[in-house]
Write a protein that binds this ligand. Structure first.
Ligand SMILES: Cc1cc2nc3c(=O)[nH]c(=O)nc-3n(C[C@H](O)[C@H](O)[C@H](O)COP(=O)(O)OP(=O)(O)OC[C@H]3O[C@@H](n4cnc5c(N)ncnc54)[C@H](O)[C@@H]3O)c2cc1C
Length: 521
């Protein structure tokens, strides 16, 4: 993907696009892949970097959602379990089976969760990830060596999927581009235009790099702006009834020593009645999440002190050695675009189903849902968008469309496994210039060639794009990421032909941003 080329496609086009998509998160990327692979002409605009919103800040689980089973939302669970299976089939380099253990401290927990998790696996049908099983105390300790042993009776193990959300997002953008879509980051949609008939006929946007505005005509405009979807709807009509109730969730990241095995912990009932996970992720331990209603969602949301305390306290109830504030390597926050219903007082009980809404102006908004169901959401959306725009009907092909990077044995690429089929090209890059094999930080597995690759092939435009989303340094260890920033700025400047002033400005900006991923002691 090359940004200059994408931009010139936008400027060169005089015909209307079949579909213009606002937002480059999981929802927008999924719609772009679906529409382009059916043969429609697609433009996607993202105001920041691809995945800057919620889609890089999830718990990274491709799951049916055990909690939704408890809420009785069987159809959502079944749909998500099927999508989980399709995702692993189409992106095996990114989606892996992970064992989750529910530790049992009461006599009733083993039969209760044992039965529930059996049903969960049954609902997956042919898309199952493995049978659940009741574990003895010893077996539980084998899987979770750091779990609290006082009163521990045993556990129940079940299987779900885990992935790297930002990397999947970049791979989806690459898939969309390969299918012919034009995808542009740092392009802020600031207006929607109407034809003489009063229906939308395009969008106006600002290229945030050059400061130039442009107009793109489109047969249908799809609003996939996540937590900002109501703000985009207000571009056509001020007095709308909001579709979503945003809710934020935080995660804390710790060293691997807090969860050294290969299994995750699932706590089915926290003190506020939610589910919490402690998960091994990229050789670290990820713990989350919370569910706090938000009024004005921000692109860089911040954790509340009580959310941090809540996660630390819950972790302390289950882990032998309780993690403290000083152990937090990074804290990151995401905002769920939950579909509104009722009084909206508790966001935890709001449905994770998606919704498609068409305003009087013809603006089609798709929101809600989950990362796991992005493909199904996109299929639904493109079906409706094609009808609305009177486009010829075309069949969805994404159930069997490999996602960019597809590789069945990517683990053979070691630290580059996540790149899947792109890994050999990064190895070649490093071979051609042996300096690029150097690690960017002793505590993280990333090498210099990856920064060059990100700028050259993955449309990374800033130091943050690389450290937060092309690799996951900022999310794993914010201090290490800050230390990496000057070298990353140098490498990216070399590739993108920027001067020293750009490098200094980038490093200063990144330091300021990364400070928000550290918590005061
Ligand atoms: C804490 C947390 C944990 C989660 N965990 C999981 C999980 O484990 N598994 C799972 O399946 N789901 C999970 N989810 C849900 C999942 O992450 C979201 O459903 C999904 O990422 C939403 O994607 P989206 O594209 O709709 O929104 P976003 O990713 O926020 O994308 C919207 C994009 O639109 C852009 N945009 C907004 N306005 C404009 C404009 N005017 N012009 C151009 N661009 C614009 C934004 O910059 C943003 O990048 C979790 C969510 C949260 C918050």
């Amino acid at each position: 993907m090359n940004r200059a080329e994408m931009l010139s496609r936008v400027h060169d086009r005089s015909e209307p696009w079949d579909m213009a998509i606002v937002g480059g998160g999981a929802t927008g990327a999924g719609v772009a892949v679906d529409a382009a692979s059916r043969g429609y002409e697609v433009l996607l605009l993202e105001q920041s970097d691809f995945g800057k919103g919620t889609s890089s800040r999830s718990t990274k689980l491709a799951h049916g959602g055990v909690r939704y089973l408890e809420q009785g939302n069987i159809s959502l669970v079944m749909e998500a379990l099927k999508e989980r299976g399709i995702l692993r089939q189409n992106a095996p380099h990114l989606v892996h089976n992970l064992a989750f253990v529910v530790p049992n401290y009461d006599w009733w927990e083993a039969p209760f969760y044992g039965l529930g998790l059996k049903v969960y696996n049954l609902l997956a049908g042919k898309y199952g990830f493995g049978d659940s099983q009741i574990l003895s105390r010893e077996e539980t300790l084998e899987r979770l060596p750091t779990i609290k042993t006082d009163g521990l009776r045993g556990g129940v193990v079940y299987f779900d999927g885990q992935f790297d959300d930002a990397r999947l997002l970049i791979n989806l953008m690459e898939t969309a581009a390969e299918q012919g879509a034009t995808v542009l980051n740092y392009a802020h949609v600031n207006g929607l235009t109407k034809g003489d008939d009063g229906f939308l006929d395009g969008i106006t946007a600002l290229d945030l790099e050059s400061g130039d505005g442009f107009h793109a005509r489109a047969k249908v405009v799809i609003n996939a702006a996540g937590a900002y979807c109501d703000a985009v709807r207000r571009m056509t009509l001020e007095n709308i009834r909001p579709l979503i109730a945003p809710s934020q969730g935080i995660h804390l990241v710790f060293d691997r020593e807090f969860l050294p095995g290969n299994s995750a912990i699932m706590v089915p009932h926290t003190s506020d009645g939610r589910v919490m996970f402690a998960i091994p992720w990229h050789n670290h331990t990820l713990v989350g999440t919370t569910d706090t209603p938000v009024i004005d969602p921000e692109l860089e949301p911040r954790p509340l002190p009580e959310e941090i305390e809540f996660i630390l306290n819950t972790a302390a109830q289950y882990l032998h050695k309780a993690p403290t504030r000083a152990d937090v390597l990074s804290v990151f926050v995401g905002v769920r675009p939950l579909v509104k219903s009722g009084d909206g007082k508790s966001t935890a009980s709001l449905s994770r189903d998606h919704t498609i809404h068409i305003d009087n102006s013809g603006l089609l908004t798709i929101t809600g849902g989950k990362w796991t169901t992005y493909r199904h959401m996109a299929e639904d959306c493109v079906n409706q968008a094609a009808t609305l725009a009177r486009l010829p009907e075309k069949t969805c092909v994404t159930p069997h469309l490999n996602i960019h990077g597809f590789h069945k044995h990517a683990e053979k690429f070691g630290d580059l496994a996540l790149y899947g089929s792109d890994a050999p090209a990064i190895q070649d890059l490093a071979r051609a210039d042996p300096g690029l094999t150097a690690r960017l930080h002793p505590d993280l597995p990333y090498c210099e060639a990856e920064a060059i690759w990100a700028a050259r092939s993955e449309m990374a435009r800033t130091v943050e794009d690389f450290l937060a989303r092309r690799c996951r340094a900022l999310f794993l260890n914010a201090r290490a990421a800050i230390e990496m920033a000057p070298r990353v700025a140098q490498l990216m400047a070399r590739e993108l032909q920027y001067d020293e002033a750009w490098q200094s400005a980038q490093v200063a900006k990144f330091r300021e941003l990364a400070a928000g991923y550290l918590i005061p002691l």
